[in-house]
Design a protein around this ligand. Structure first.
Ligand SMILES: Cc1cc2nc3c(=O)[nH]c(=O)nc-3n(C[C@H](O)[C@H](O)[C@H](O)COP(=O)(O)O)c2cc1C
Length: 384
């Protein structure tokens, strides 16, 4: 079993910068995302890196997520006469400088002592939004306090007691969150063999959640016991829809990869769907999220906004996802790599490099901005 190398008090010390970088690099000097990733790999212990990078089962879906982007070519228009591409957009009414949010990734204190607080500050500086995890090292309130100006969405698991779930919704409202993200593909943790072989997280106390202090009224076992015990009741869309009536905040269904589930999410009242296979960490063998994006876009038929995560590793991947119908993308491991490489400045560097590459790709494509992107910008290099 892995234990945190620092005490929780040390991890929660906001003055700690702890730049665990290789001597040859600082986040600002990383010229490409591959250098950020390399810096993160140098900074993390082997089992924490496995937890970050690994997937479920044989890791087929993990590999597919990235390979799917390579199945599409760009179709440029030269001499377009257009100016600097406009990356700005919005999602659920939240203005964004570019179509990017950061994923809810839990156990964030293992990557950097400031965890999601550093991510939220980086996001505020780059005008993108955070999805803050229920299983995060810091509570929803602490992340809000660390970056009061940041656009933020809180993520919850639909499990445990309904009373606890509603309590969490009210806490999220009170802490000034703009929306709620419900992770629907995780009624139990996936079969993650790297973690099993590393004996990582075999004790739920390894996964400290700032939202459930062990002496508080809501014991971590309520949610995390089910997550890690491989046994529990899977909620229905009807139950979830009813409970979501307890808040006026808009909500996203995260982890939908079929048209049928997307229609069910809309029927339950979701305001957006996040096409995601959890970065290949849940059910191995499901298709790449990108491969499922057109089916979901067609199923929701413009009734709700569509986001995509799983496999985004560079700016050109974002352009492909938008061309295939996503309104925004969500980055998981890329943001975690940035965090591990250098805390707030590492995450900022990830955003800056994504933005710069997107601007280059859109200019070379002849696109005036993200709002203009459509299916004519890409062509499949496989037989449909
Ligand atoms: C280390 C790690 C922890 C994660 N924890 C959560 C979580 O607590 N809740 C959740 O909904 N998704 C979680 N995810 C999944 C991400 O939100 C997201 O769906 C996934 O990382 C996207 O794929 P990508 O990493 O290829 O960008 C986690 C992902 C990683 C890498």
């Amino acid at each position: 079993m892995t234990t945190l190398s620092k005490s929780k008090e040390e991890m929660l010390d906001p003055s700690s910068t702890d730049m665990r970088l290789p001597s040859w690099s600082t986040p600002g000097s990383c010229a490409a995302l591959s250098e950020v990733i390399e810096a993160a790999r140098c900074a993390l212990p082997a089992d924490v890196l496995d937890f970050l990078e690994g997937g479920a089962g044989e890791e087929r879906s993990l590999r597919e997520n990235q390979e799917a982007f390579r199945r599409w070519n760009f179709v440029p228009q030269v001499m377009s006469g257009r100016g600097m591409p406009d990356l700005s957009t919005s999602f659920l009414g939240i203005p964004l400088a570019m179509p990017v949010l950061t994923s809810p990734f839990g156990a964030d204190g293992l990557f950097h002592p400031q965890g999601q607080c550093a991510v939220a500050r980086a996001n505020a500086a780059e005008a993108v939004a955070s999805i803050v995890p229920e299983a995060g090292t810091y509570s929803f309130e602490a992340v809000a306090e660390a970056a009061p100006d940041a656009a933020r969405i809180a993520q919850l698991h639909p499990m445990g007691s309904p009373e606890n779930f509603v309590t969490m919704l009210h806490r999220i409202e009170k802490a000034g969150y703009h929306a709620v993200c419900i992770t629907v593909d995780c009624p139990t943790a996936g079969w993650r063999e790297r973690d099993l072989q590393d004996r990582f997280g075999s004790d739920i106390t390894t996964m400290i959640s700032g939202n459930y202090p062990s002496d508080g009224p809501n014991r971590p076992e309520d949610v995390f016991g089910q997550l890690f015990a491989h046994s529990g009741v899977v909620w229905s869309w009807v139950q979830l829809g009813d409970l979501m009536n307890e808040t006026s905040l808009p909500w996203i269904a995260k982890g939908v990869i079929t048209g049928a589930d997307a229609r069910a999410a809309v029927a339950a009242g979701a305001d957006a769907v996040l096409v995601s296979n959890h970065g290949g960490r849940q059910l191995d063998g499901v298709p790449a999220a990108l491969d499922q994006l057109p089916e979901v876009v067609s199923a929701v038929a413009g009734r709700v906004e569509v986001a995509l995560d799983s496999g985004i590793r560079r700016g050109s991947d974002i352009v492909t996802a938008l061309a295939l119908g996503a309104n925004v993308v969500v980055i998981g491991r890329l943001a975690a790599y940035g965090l591990a490489a250098g805390g707030e400045s590492g995450v900022r560097r990830v955003h800056q490099l994504l933005r710069a590459e997107m601007l280059t790709v859109l200019t070379l494509l002849g696109a005036g901005g993200v709002a203009e992107l459509g299916s004519s910008a890409v062509r499949a290099n496989f037989v449909l």
